[in-house]
Design a protein around this ligand. Structure first.
Ligand code: EPU
Length: 419
């Protein structure tokens, strides 16, 4: 039995859509909870996605008590035990790598398989390893599993060679429990990093500077329970805003922190889209005619790589050719071949894609990763006729209740089971 998303395209959308808690925060916050050796940690506002369920199940394998209901997770990690993590779960998502930093911090040892996740081309973790080693850990690769171990973790100064979200958070997790002061330089500045530092500080950590290029951490010996509400998902928000700009009449996207999306807003406005930006909401209105734009992905606060795929269908509507250059994951263009099945006219040249005006037709297409999947959903809603999207598990990993949210906007979309 295969699950397929079936879309009957060509109908405009209108109404309201509510953004869930941030996936890329949740996948770090959940591992962080295991570092509390006393008290309960409560996370509120979690998205309803399979990545969350997988991580909760990994915690349970460590004898950690969890309760997940109504977007709230409570974790009691007092009696946690340190066992090698099951490969098949670790492989389900990239962010299982946060178990490294969290378990190294709490137990000074972790045995873990290679993390999986979206195929966006090579995704090395050398900067994570460099950070753990600088804190005093030894890292060995034995039969495909990483053994990371330290007699004690000792704070130090670490300059990352590459600005990496994952390495920043992972090393911050471990350094929270190191002896003395750690200074992390050339770190990523994504809002999710601030969210994780905020939870850790509520649990008793001493972290300053998250959201800037330098993070200073005074190690502590013990972390406690705490309660935390997760930030809204800026990528989910940006995905729905892009969708509304492409195929919406007037759509209100609710539960947004607009400051997280400045780069997207400026590109949409350049394309002619009208945005009414309030404190927590954005109203999106399509223009009569779209202008072609150029996008170059960059680390935060630049244009997010995670949004170049969702915004692509809008560019087919422009009067002229648009250009997208991907600098974070140069191979993150696997959705382009799928769009070609839908009659899209796109050229790949010199690490960029050139998107020509095109009229899309429905087709059978395959999601290669999470954001590629959302791009195909927007393309399907825009196209004339029926689109069937295969490999939907990629989409369910990261978009909370996507079918229901789109149906509420009037989309002709359903999840069907096929033999
Ligand atoms: N990199 C290295 N070595 C490292 C780490 C990263 O060379 O040790 C490179 C990567 O290959 C990439 C660049 O550095 O070229 C940036 O990667 P980063 O580590 O920042 O990415 P990540 O932490 O693995 C997170 C998000 C991604 C998002 C990227 C970039 C999570 C769980 N994932 O990945 O989100 O695309 O940052 O912003 O937070 C998604 O949500 O669909 C998604 C893929």
């Amino acid at each position: 039995m295969e699950q397929v998303i079936q879309i009957n395209g060509g109908h405009t959308l209108s109404g309201e859509v509510y953004v869930s808690g941030a996936k890329n925060s949740a996948v770090a916050l959940i591992p962080a909870t295991l570092m509390a050796s006393s008290g309960e940690v409560t996370l509120k506002g979690l998205p309803d996605i399979s990545d969350v369920k997988t991580l909760v199940s990994i915690l349970e394998d460590l004898n950690i008590k969890t309760k997940l209901s109504n977007h709230t997770l409570t974790v009691d990690a007092e009696d946690a035990v340190n066992v090698p993590l099951a490969d098949e779960k670790v492989e389900l998502l990239r962010a299982s790598y946060y178990m490294m930093g969290a378990m190294l911090g709490r137990f000074k040892k972790v045995v873990i398989g290679q993390p999986g996740g979206c195929h966006l081309g090579p995704r090395p973790i050398d900067q994570h390893i460099k950070g753990f080693e600088a804190l005093g850990a030894t890292v060995k690769n034995e039969h495909g599993a990483l053994h990371i171990e330290a007699e004690e973790l000792v704070g130090t100064k670490i300059f990352f060679d590459i600005v990496s979200v994952g390495a920043t958070i992972n090393v911050m997790l471990a350094a929270t429990m190191a002896k003395g002061r750690t200074i992390l330089e050339n770190v990523a500045r994504e809002p999710e990093i601030i969210d994780v530092a905020t939870l850790l500080n509520k649990m008793g950590a001493n972290i300053r500077g998250a959201g800037t290029e330098t993070i200073r951490i005074e190690g502590v010996g013990h972390l406690n329970g705490a309660a935390h509400t997760i930030i809204p998902d800026r990528i989910e928000a940006g995905s729905y805003i892009s969708l509304a700009a492409t195929i919406g009449d007037e759509v209100k996207v609710r539960n947004v922190i607009p400051e997280h999306l400045d780069a997207l807003f400026s590109k949409l406005e350049e394309a002619g889209v009208e945005l009414e930006i309030d404190d927590d909401d954005v109203i999106v209105r399509r223009p009569k005619a779209y202008k072609a734009i150029e996008i170059k992905t960059q680390a935060y606060p630049g244009f997010a790589t995670d949004l170049q795929q969702p915004i692509t269908p809008l560019l087919f509507l422009a009067e002229d050719t648009s250009k997208i250059t991907e600098t974070i994951y140069p191979a993150r263009f696997r959705h382009i071949d799928e769009l070609r099945r839908m009659n899209a006219h796109v050229e790949n040249r010199g690490g960029s894609v050139f998107i020509h005006p095109s009229k899309l037709n429905g087709a059978d297409v395959y999601a290669s990763d999470l954001r590629a999947g959302f791009c195909l959903v927007v393309a399907g809603l825009l196209a004339e006729g029926t689109t069937r999207i295969h490999n939907v598990h990629h989409i369910m990993r990261g978009y909370s209740n996507i079918i229901k949210k789109l149906q509420q906007l009037g989309a002709h979309i359903e999840l069907i089971n096929r033999e």
